[in-house]
Design a protein around this ligand. Structure first.
Ligand SMILES: Cc1cc2nc3c(=O)[nH]c(=O)nc-3n(C[C@H](O)[C@H](O)[C@H](O)COP(=O)(O)OP(=O)(O)OC[C@H]3O[C@@H](n4cnc5c(N)ncnc54)[C@H](O)[C@@H]3O)c2cc1C
Length: 417
């Protein structure tokens, strides 16, 4: 099918990191953009996540260790990975696909797809900063992965070796518990081993995505919130976007950036990969010494991020419906897992308790590019890494939409795979 001419008017459905970054880069090429969201800016996963910009450890989720771990622990409500005992058909499809991709060979192939993206991830954030997005990225002066024992630490050391063997370098130091506490006094005496990662960044994701929305608006886009898109119709010369209030509007092209709900609108355009909600939880607390960068407790799967004078604590991977209510047991499980490992954190005075759904695919790769319609594009399914890779996704997809050529980096992420 020949590509339509470069579009002048494009609708982006979804005002999360991925949709807004795509809108912003489309504007760089002079495209008139309308962003539609059924709720509001950063209403999905893009608000309460950990805000790590960590291309150094951005790796495919399906991997042999996750599978081994998952089979042991998924059924307990306090386990960091949770699958409800009664899985529906879609979840079963996801889990069997995920298990099939959790082999060393598949991991290596997927990792090789991530590496060219990881290399360029910061460059896209820097372009947004240079273009006036008024929320900065923070250099992580320290980024500590902390463990009770050296034996626990060996899992990440192995993973770093695998990342290195796949062709991606990352600088890190191996620290004792005492050395880690010297760098990060927020760590408790229970920490006996650590790894310090270099050259990573972090953001306050809610703040950042709102700043991105402000910039997109200031550059002339219309941002329509409280409007659900219920249908997309390719009419050959244009695409019709139908909203729940019965209105419809024609555009030259549409980008579906609806996170965990991507399949709802993309399936009819040949996107068959299941996008499953991998729900995570977070809250923030006061802490005596706010860390100088993210703190990660890999054995507990708890991720902490400094947000001004507070610490955000995040975790859990709950494979269930994105619409299910927040389950307070998971919040407590995260607080209890973090309690012995942090010093001076008031884990009982939690604010901003939040649940959000990572858009997970069975092969661990996002879906970025044209669908069966050359006017309808998918941008989503980044799982654990939609904040780190959101801006670059927007930049590369813009190149594809405006030139008709698929950038080399996006080849493995073809939504029709
Ligand atoms: C606990 C947790 C921690 C995380 N930590 C990190 C991290 O440190 N670093 C990182 O890179 N990633 C992290 N992630 C993953 C990251 O949050 C997601 O990958 C990313 O936010 C996905 O962005 P998105 O724009 O694709 O989707 P979303 O932010 O979910 O946005 C989708 C939007 O589409 C809208 N929408 C859906 N359907 C429709 C419709 N039909 N019509 C109109 N609007 C619609 C929704 O309202 C929503 O606003 C984390 C996730 C969680 C849960």
């Amino acid at each position: 099918m020949s590509s339509p001419p470069s579009p002048q008017r494009v609708a982006v459905v979804g005002a999360g990191m991925v949709g807004l970054a795509t809108a912003w880069f489309l504007q760089e090429r002079g495209v008139q953009v309308t962003v539609l969201d059924r709720t509001g800016v950063a209403a999905g996963a893009s608000w309460g996540n950990a805000g790590w910009l960590t291309p150094g450890i951005t790796t495919p989720l399906p991997e042999p260790a996750v599978l081994r771990y998952g089979l042991r622990a998924v059924l307990s409500p306090s386990s960091p990975v949770y699958v409800p005992p009664r899985a529906d058909l879609r979840l079963l499809r996801f889990l069997t696909g995920f298990a099939r991709h959790s082999t060393p060979t598949k991991w290596r192939t997927a990792m090789r797809a991530y590496i060219p993206m990881n290399r360029r991830a910061f460059e896209a954030f820097d372009a947004l900063a240079d273009g006036g997005v008024a929320s900065m990225t923070n250099e992580a002066k320290s980024f500590i992965a902390a463990y009770r024992t050296e034996a626990e630490r060996s899992v990440l050391l192995d993973e770093l070796a695998h990342i290195h063997a796949a062709g991606q370098g990352i600088e890190f130091d191996v620290l004792t518990g005492a050395e880690a506490r010297e760098v990060e006094p927020a760590l408790s005496d229970a920490i006996g081993a650590a790894i310090r990662l270099h050259d990573q960044r972090f953001i306050n994701p809610g703040h950042y995505v709102h700043a991105l929305a402000d910039s997109v608006r200031a550059r002339g886009a219309s941002l329509v919130t409280g409007t659900e898109v219920v249908d997309i119709r390719d009419e050959s010369a244009a695409v019709r976007v139908v909203t729940a209030d019965g209105a419809d509007e024609r555009y030259d092209a549409v980008v579906l950036a609806t996170g965990t709900w991507l399949g709802d609108l993309a399936r009819r355009f040949g996107v068959r990969t299941v996008v499953q909600a991998g729900r995570g939880y977070s809250f923030s607390v006061q802490i005596e010494h706010v860390p100088a960068g993210p703190v990660y407790f890999p054995a507990q799967r708890v991720a902490c991020t400094p947000l001004g004078d507070r610490l955000r604590v995040a975790g859990m991977m709950e494979f269930r419906s994105a619409e299910a209510p927040l389950d307070p047991r998971r919040i407590l499980a995260i607080a209890e897992a973090a309690r012995p490992l942090l010093r001076g954190a008031d884990l009982d005075a939690r604010v901003d308790e939040w649940v959000g759904a990572r858009p997970c695919t069975p092969d661990g790769l996002p879906l970025i590019g044209a669908t069966r319609s050359p006017r309808v594009f998918a941008a989503g399914g980044h799982g654990m890494w939609g904040i780190t890779l959101g801006p670059l996704t927007g930049r590369l997809l813009t190149e594809q939409i405006t030139t008709g050529r698929q950038p080399e980096e996006l080849r493995p992420f073809d939504p029709l795979r």
